[in-house]
Design a protein around this ligand. Structure first.
Ligand SMILES: [Zn+2]
Length: 679
């Protein structure tokens, strides 16, 4: 239950009874024990299917503790859309190989969606686009379509008041497609041959028969869009398809043997491994001190225990003397171990408790696959020609669209770049990570990250995002975001509803990020994280980390002319800062008033050290009276190219108002004013 803070049983925070009603509906509908099964038309009675399945609210939680199976969490926003999928589900999640997560919330999707499901991963036709992301697996329901009016006076949508939205969505969760096959003109298929073809969905509650596609529609099927009171069957072939999924698919077959459906038992001596805290799935090469959290799940107090830790089968045991009362938890550091480059399997096990055996084996063991990458020395330069180097990684949790090397015009013939095809990527909110090998900056005096980016937004889809994070322990956990742009900041080309690909150098931008904060660190790992907003395509190219000298003068602000002044003749004054690695002795300043001629001047003898700021006085100029726009660019440090051009320019208004008014001054805003507004 993702609710809005109401008391239990009111508003979005629906009652336990309403939730239990929904479970009852699922059991009745799937087992064809629904009271309205008799409403199935005679011609469809012979194909009506019964599934031998039982839905129960969980009796033990992922830790093995007793539960009602209902978790109530106040949401971080008052209403939710399908595009919020990852944010919604992260608020409450139980491991989806053992639990069918049903998120009930105030789902007010602009497309009118009142529920949705994650399809199963399966070789069955029609399931090719299923996400493999365990963290989003399950179904989502609008709170006022959850439960049945037959079970209590619940506040339900009059059209969807018999709990059939969940029946429909669990049908999807077990591999069923819509009865009309999501096509039109009777040509779509649901890959099930005892459901008749339909030209599209059926809405409302028509009377039988509805003749179409050369026969009668089966609008009573749960996989149509009819009102709840009109639905009453799955077919035999639909049940066969769901049987294949529930017996074979990941995070479906394992539900059948989940401990979640069995009430927990408490034993005397029971220390369990609650979680592995360190390392995470990604780590640096070298020595790591593993940390785990253990918890006393038994009825006895624990005074001592023995743990085993192993890496790729090489194990060592460690004894601990520590008092843990029932349900107490503790973080335990284990003996350090060494991670070699490549994949390692870390295993943790409880060997004994209070000098004897642990009485419950099921929570005594956890393992973790850790990937480490050998450190490389700078400079690093990746042009994405050919295939991705073996020491770069792509993380693609949903198994769908991800980073891919494709042709990309940047003015050089045959150029290729890394692309994320947001244009065709419907799984909004999905994250795809491009991970660099760790770079050794221990001996570097300066370091600069640069990359080229090309991106055109899709109109009205503002959520495509690119972030860069940096870690000194080779883990996403605890990493720091040093670059974060979505449209329009990310944009380098005009927005378009066509499939974007850059047409030349002008549609690329070079981004530069100073890595000065990480100098001296032996393992600096960067991650390029793309978040899908189902917008338009994002391209990356020429990712480089340079540790040689670089020049970067930044124009911090225009001190003079001020935003409003009564003088036409001003002596411009700028605040600049040396963000590069070399002392800057000269720069070029270019001033442009009202997009007129550019006036350049070179200022010398600056002696501006690394990290230092100074004011720069320029030769006087004359501003016309009224509202002006002044643009200033400071570049060409030491007469050379600036390596970080993003911070060289400032454009802002400069108003000259030389008129005087007689005193006493009065302004009552009764008539057109001679005053000006500066923003
Ligand atoms: Zn559907």
């Amino acid at each position: 239950m993702i609710h809005n803070g109401e008391p239990v049983g009111t508003g979005t925070n629906i009652s336990d009874a309403q939730i239990q009603s929904q479970i009852s509906v699922l059991n009745e509908d799937f087992k064809r024990l629904n009271a309205d099964a008799t409403n199935t038309p005679a011609q469809f009675q012979s194909v009506a299917g019964t599934m031998d399945v039982e839905f129960v609210l969980a009796l033990q939680d992922p830790e093995g503790l007793a539960t009602t199976g209902i978790v109530r969490v106040q949401g971080t926003k008052p209403s939710w859309q399908q595009a919020d999928d990852y944010q919604l589900k992260s608020l409450s999640y139980w491991r989806s190989d053992r639990y069918l997560n049903i998120w009930v919330c105030n789902l007010t999707d602009p497309k009118g969606i009142i529920g949705y499901a994650q399809f199963p991963v399966s070789p069955l036709p029609g399931l090719e686009e299923s996400s493999n992301d365990a963290l989003t697996d399950g179904i989502v329901l609008h709170y006022d379509v959850t439960g049945s009016v037959d079970d209590g006076p619940f506040d339900l949508d009059p059209k969807f008041n018999k709990g059939r939205t969940a029946t429909h969505e669990v049908g999807h969760f077990l591999g069923l497609r819509h009865i009309w096959g999501d096509g039109n003109n009777c040509l779509g298929t649901d890959y099930v041959d005892d459901t008749p073809p339909q030209p599209g969905p059926t809405n409302n509650c028509p009377s039988h028969p509805q003749v179409t596609c050369g026969g009668n529609k089966m609008f009573q099927n749960y996989l149509d869009y009819t009102d709840d009171r009109c639905m009453n069957l799955f077919t035999i072939k639909q049940v066969e398809r769901m049987d294949v999924v529930i017996n074979n698919s990941p995070r479906r077959a394992s539900l059948l043997t989940s401990p979640g459906s069995v009430p927990p038992t408490v034993v005397a001596n029971d220390l369990g491994i609650r979680s592995i805290l360190n390392p995470t799935t990604s780590a640096c090469v070298g020595i790591v001190t593993p940390q785990i959290q253990v918890r006393n799940y038994g009825s006895n107090s624990i005074t001592g225990f023995t743990l085993r830790v192993s890496v790729n089968g090489n194990s060592q045991n460690a004894n601990f003397t520590q008092t843990l009362n029932p349900l107490d938890a503790a973080i335990i550091s284990l003996p350090p171990l060494t991670l070699a480059p490549g994949a390692s399997l870390l295993e943790f096990e409880v060997l004994s408790v209070n000098g004897g055996p642990d009485n419950k084996a099921t929570n005594n063991y956890q393992s973790l696959a850790v990937l480490t990458t050998a450190t490389v020395s700078p400079p690093l330069f990746e042009t994405f020609s050919g295939s991705l180097p073996a020491n770069w990684q792509i993380q693609n949790p949903d198994g769908l669209t991800t980073w891919q090397i494709v042709a990309a015009n940047n003015g050089l013939s045959g150029n290729t770049a890394m692309r994320l095809n947001f244009y065709d990527y419907e799984n909004e909110g999905a994250v795809d990570m491009l991970i660099l090998p760790p770079v050794n900056l221990a001996a570097s005096a300066q370091a600069l990250l640069q990359f080229d980016v090309a991106y055109a937004p899709y109109p009205g889809q503002p959520n495509d995002r690119l972030q860069v994070s940096v870690s000194t322990v080779c883990s996403e956990t605890g990493s720091l975001i040093i670059y974060n742009k979505a449209a329009p900041a990310l944009q380098t080309a005009p927005q378009t509803s066509s499939n974007f690909s850059p047409t030349g150098a002008a549609q690329w931008r070079t981004e530069s990020i100073n890595l000065g904060a990480y100098l001296g660190q032996p393992q600096v790992q960067l991650r390029f994280k793309a978040t899908n907003g189902f917008g338009n395509n994002l391209f990356l190219d020429n990712i480089r980390i340079v540790t040689g000298s670089f020049l970067d003068v930044a124009l911090e602000q225009i001190n003079r002319p001020t935003r409003v002044s009564c003088e036409s003749n001003v002596s411009p004054e700028l605040l600049i800062r040396n963000q590069g690695s070399e002392t800057i002795n000269s720069v070029r300043a270019a001033i442009q008033i009202n997009q007129g001629a550019v006036v350049n001047q070179t200022i010398s003898s600056l002696n501006l050290g690394t990290g230092q700021s100074m004011t720069l006085a320029l030769t006087p100029l004359s501003l016309p009276p009224g509202s002006n726009t002044i643009s200033v660019t400071v570049d060409q440090p030491n007469g050379l190219m600036d390596d970080v051009p993003q911070n060289n320019s400032v454009t802002r208004p400069a108003i000259v108002d030389g008129r005087g008014e007689p005193i006493p001054l009065r302004q009552n805003f009764e008539s057109a004013s001679t005053w000006r507004v500066a923003t």
